[in-house]
Design a protein around this ligand. Structure first.
Ligand SMILES: Nc1ncnc2c1ncn2[C@@H]1O[C@H](COP(=O)(O)OP(=O)(O)OP(=O)(O)O)[C@@H](O)[C@H]1O
Length: 317
């Protein structure tokens, strides 16, 4: 990452170069389409969250990006090349796909030392990385089979970062981390992106990704259902409004041409902004008990819908 030119670091974030480009990617397994015409980009200086319920196609897409699974069609490039064509992938792209896949019989220090030697890095990188991910020297001497999932995630992140790559690709890195661990990871990734790095990370939890990501790519049933900056996706949320007279409020909003939908605990949500909703309620003589911008509600509803679909499918399978 230290190789990033100052020009890139100064570039406005949205105009930062695309470091990961996925175009019309599809993957089928014996007639089942796991990834269906997926396209997105991840930019330098930004954390891109890849969000979707279990089985949505996140891991498959990420495995294709890093060359572990062949695509049925479409292309994926990192730093402008197919992963397999990168001259020095370990030092260009840090990858953590499955923290549990690390060699269980080796110690954390051994795993980092192997990576350090394979990449021809300074020996000091091993201790630097252990410090960075807060694994103590005692923990580093333990075999990975005795690590908690959270410790494996920390070790996996250390391994991904040891080569000082420009791009980080992490599949569900927050799994197994406690709230303090999630905060630690958020700060680490924020610092990495602020220094010009590119992060693509997946999660099946909206709130987890909401606190970490700048950009969001939402996937369901193998297809991209939303893609944009977090601010854009959260802003397109409308208003949450509540009244003791739900029927009267619904009638008034519908008469004004709005289409309110039921929201949490008897409230209603509409796409209109709060001032319009307040004006309509006042004109109709309906007293409100709550009126607020529904930050994130649209995204949350969409995500819940995707999740419940997936659960129904899972139950039927
Ligand atoms: N090797 C495979 N053979 C057959 N089907 C597969 C294979 N790998 C993945 N799938 C299927 O493709 C779909 C997408 O799986 P994938 O692991 O990419 O989802 P995901 O979004 O990463 O989910 P999770 O959050 O559960 O890891 C799932 O229905 C899965 O069962």
């Amino acid at each position: 990452m230290s190789a990033l030119s100052p020009m890139w670091q100064e570039a406005s974030q949205r105009q930062a170069p695309a470091m990961i480009t996925v175009e019309s990617l599809s993957k089928s397994y014996r007639g089942f389409t796991a990834v269906d015409d997926v396209s997105f980009t991840a930019h330098a200086g930004r954390v891109t969250g890849f969000l979707g319920p279990n089985g949505a196609g996140k891991s498959t897409s990420m495995r294709i990006v890093v060359g572990l699974t062949p695509a049925s069609s479409g292309t994926a490039t990192v730093l402008g090349r197919r992963f397999a064509d990168l001259p020095d992938p370990g030092r260009e792209v840090g990858v953590l796909l499955d923290a549990s896949a690390q060699h269980a019989g080796r110690t954390g220090r051994e795993i980092l030392t192997i990576a350090q030697q394979t990449m021809g890095l300074a020996r000091s990188r091993v201790d630097d990385m252990l410090d960075l991910v807060s694994l103590s020297s005692t923990e580093a001497e333990r075999r990975v089979r005795n690590y908690s999932l959270g410790m494996r995630q920390r070790l996996g992140i250390a391994t991904a970062l040891i080569g000082d790559p420009e791009v980080l690709i992490l599949d569900e890195p927050a799994n197994g981390l406690d709230p303090a661990g999630i905060r630690w990871m958020r700060d680490l990734l924020r610092g990495y992106a602020d220094a010009g790095g590119t992060v693509l990370l997946s999660s099946h939890l909206l709130h987890e990704i909401e606190v970490i990501a700048d950009d969001l790519v939402v996937i369901g049933h193998g297809r991209i259902v939303a893609h944009g900056t977090k601010a854009e996706l959260l802003a397109a949320a409308g208003t949450v409004v509540r009244s003791a007279d739900v029927a009267g409020l619904t009638t008034a909003l519908e008469a004004a041409g709005l289409s309110p939908t039921a929201y949490d605990g008897g409230a209603l949500r509409t796409d209109a902004d709060p001032s319009l909703v307040g004006t309509i309620a006042l004109a109709a003589g309906v007293a409100l008990t709550e009126l607020r911008s529904a930050d994130g509600a649209g995204l949350e509803e969409m995500f819940l819908e995707l999740t419940s679909d997936t659960q129904r499918e899972g139950a039927a399978a």
